[in-house]
Design a protein. Structure first.
Length: 326
């Protein structure tokens, strides 16, 4: 009789152990598809459910992000495809690989500052891409196939904001809300003294009225290519020439992400404004695809630029208070 009960206990123990291992294994692999689980190796496929992978990432939307900037005078460092590529040590069209830059970008991505927003582009979950047109959806689908498992380790348990505040037109399926959105984003610089820190071919606001409501505009012109190589010169010019009551708008690729952070730490309100001028130019032309804009650098077109000639507006040259030469 004793042997019977002892064997029964052993059987119950073994069944319980198997059940426990099943629960642990299920939890461990819940993010992965059957193909991954059955392969028993570290190399995962690309069929796994992104909605599960990234379900805990909290990102405030465009309007919430703008509210923080407009009404609370916060700064923002923005992360998109280019910044992620730099973190991974990849070359992008206008910035060569730089280990120091990659480390700084990663540190900023994980930073927690009271009045600095960290904006991220996060096209991984269905709810994040539902608004996109088919061109944008296909682009991000290919991007995720290459970098998906790199992205998993990038993001921490913290609140992020939207880096897409300056990407309000070309990628979206519906354009109905764009005019209203433009009115709101222009409140950032409404009646403010503004300093552009931009690439020499960015030419923010030249030929359009995007910044017509700014109180004044000044410019510090930087190299469009490999701007991070001149980082110390850029930040020194800003410190020496720009009062801290002025709003700094930066269009300088991944360098802008780092510069916004450092200027915030120095007491400025700094906005990584990115491709906003090009988005506005596309909006004015009502184009549905990314096209070159004459006299402006458009990094996202296969044909980077149209015709480049000198700026005819004399005010542009009067606005320049500093230049960093290659």
């Amino acid at each position: 009789m004793y042997i019977f009960f002892e064997n029964k206990r052993n059987i119950i123990f073994i069944i319980s152990l198997i059940f426990l291992l099943y629960i642990i294994n299920t939890y461990k692999y819940e993010k992965f598809c059957l193909k991954c689980i059955n392969s028993h190796n570290q190399k995962k496929c690309f069929d796994c459910n992104n909605n599960i992978f990234f379900k805990d990432i909290k990102i405030h939307n465009d309007d919430q992000t703008l509210n923080e900037i407009i009404y609370k005078n916060k700064s923002i460092s923005r992360f998109g495809d280019g910044e992620y590529s730099c973190i991974f040590g990849k070359k992008i069209r206008f910035q060569e690989p730089n280990k120091t830059m990659g480390k700084r970008l990663l540190n900023i991505l994980n930073s927690r500052e009271k009045n600095l927003l960290i904006g991220i582009n996060f096209p991984f979950r269905s709810k994040d891409v539902d608004r996109f047109n088919i061109i944008a959806k296909n682009y991000y689908k290919k991007l995720i196939k290459v970098y998906k498992f790199n992205y998993i380790n990038l993001f921490k348990n913290k609140e992020y904001y939207s880096s897409r505040i300056t990407r309000f037109y070309i990628d979206y399926d519906s354009k109905k809300k764009v005019p209203k959105y433009i009115k709101k984003i222009k409140k950032i610089w409404d009646n403010r003294e503004v300093v552009f820190v931009e690439g020499d071919k960015s030419r923010l606001g030249v030929g359009n009225d995007l910044f017509s409501n700014a109180k004044s505009i000044q410019r510090i012109i930087c190299p469009s290519i490999n701007a991070f190589n001149y980082y110390n010169d850029i930040i020194n010019q800003i410190e020496n020439k720009v009062n801290k009551n002025k709003l700094i708008l930066i269009a300088l690729g991944p360098t802008a992400t780092i510069l916004s952070y450092d200027l915030y730490k120095l007491g400025y309100q700094a906005i990584d404004i990115g491709h906003i001028d090009i988005e506005y130019e596309w909006y004015l032309r009502k184009t549905l695809i990314k096209i070159p804009i004459n006299n402006k650098y458009v990094a996202e077109c296969k044909k980077i630029q149209g015709k480049f000639t000198s700026v005819k507006d004399k005010n542009y040259y009067k606005q320049i208070i500093g230049k960093i030469l290659e």
